[in-house]
Design a protein around this ligand. Sequence first.
Ligand code: SF4
Length: 365
Amino acid sequence: MPATAVASSKIDLFGLTRDELFALVAAWGFSAASAARLWRYLHREAATSVDGMDELPPRLQTQLASHARLELPEVAGENSSSDGLTRKYLLRLAGGHEIETVRMRYRDRVTACLSTQAGCALGCVFCATGQRGFDRNLTAGEIVAQALHIQRSLFGVTGSGPPERLRNIVLMGMGEPLLNYDAVMQAIDILRDPAGLAIANKRITLSTVGVVPGIVRLADEARPCSLAVSLHAATQEQRAALVPAAKTWPLDELIEACRYYTQKLDRRIFFEWTLIDGQNDSPEEARCLAQLVRGMPAHINLIPLNRTAGFDGQPTLSAATTRFQAILREHGLPVTFRQRRGLDIAAGCGQLAGAVANRALAITP
Ligand code: SF4
C-alpha cells in the first residue's frame, strides 16, 4: 500500500476544500445550497454520519452513504490529566494505524495538537514518536478529522451556554509536517475556511525540526501559518547528536532558510529549545543561541525536557532555566517559557507515541 493510502475507495469528505466539496456535489447533480448545508454539517457541526443530515435531499444522503467517508477516527483510548485541562486521544485510522491527538484547555482558549504522520522517521533522540519509528503519512482528511474530533468533544462542555470553539491548532503532534507537505497544506486551507472551523492564520502553528526545503517552500508560497523551528542546540555537532535530521539539513543551511523565511514574509519565527540538564542549558549555549539568531525577528520558546522511556536525559533545573532565559533577554530576544501540560498522561511535547494505555502508566514527570 502506498505511504499515504487509506484502506477505502470512498471519497474522504474531510479532505476536501469547500470548493472541492461544492464541485463534487454539483457533479452529482445537486445544488450549491445542498453543498453549503453539507459543508456546515461537516465543519460546523462535526457530524459523523449521514443520519441526522435531515436538511439534505434524500438522494444526496444515499449518494453520500454509498460513495463518501465521513466517519471521524475511532477513539481507541483516552486519558485526562489530573488537573482536567489536557486530554489525550488515541485515534485509530482506517487501515489500523494509531495516532495521538491532544486537547489543551487554557483560561481563554482551547488548543488542539494534531499529528501529521503515524510515527516519524526522523528519530530525535528525546522524542517518543521518533523512538517508535514511521508508519505512514496522514491524509489531509485525517489531519482535519482530528480537529473536528476535538471540536466535537467540546460540544456540551459549557452546559447550556454556547458551545466552546476550538481556536488554536498546533501541528506539533506525531510526525514532521514538512515531510507531508501537500496534505498538511490542504488541511490548513480546510481548517482556515471561514465557513468551517475558521481557525485564524496566526492561530495555526506548524512545527518543524528543520526541513530546509520545506521552510523555503513555505516562504515562497507565503503559506498562512506561524512557523516554529525546533532548534535545541546552537552548534552543528551538538544539534546532530540530538536531532539526526541535522545531518541532512545542517545548522548553517537551516538558519539561512529561517532568515529567508522571515525576510520574504516579513514575519517572525519561533524557535523551540528543549532544555536538557547539562546538555544544552549552559550560559555559553544561551549566548551562542542569541548570536545564531541575531538580527532575525525571532521568539524563543523554552521547554523543559519531557521525559520519555527511550532517553535518559533530565529536564533542566529551574535555576539554570532562569539564567538561560535571562541571558537571552539581555540580548534583546523575546522568550517564553512553555507551560508543561499533560505530563501525567504522557501528552507533553515529545511524548506522543500512539499507545495511550501503556505509556500513561510507564512515564512519570
Ligand atoms: S521531534 Fe518531531 S521530527 Fe523529531 S522525531 Fe519527534 S515527531 Fe519526529
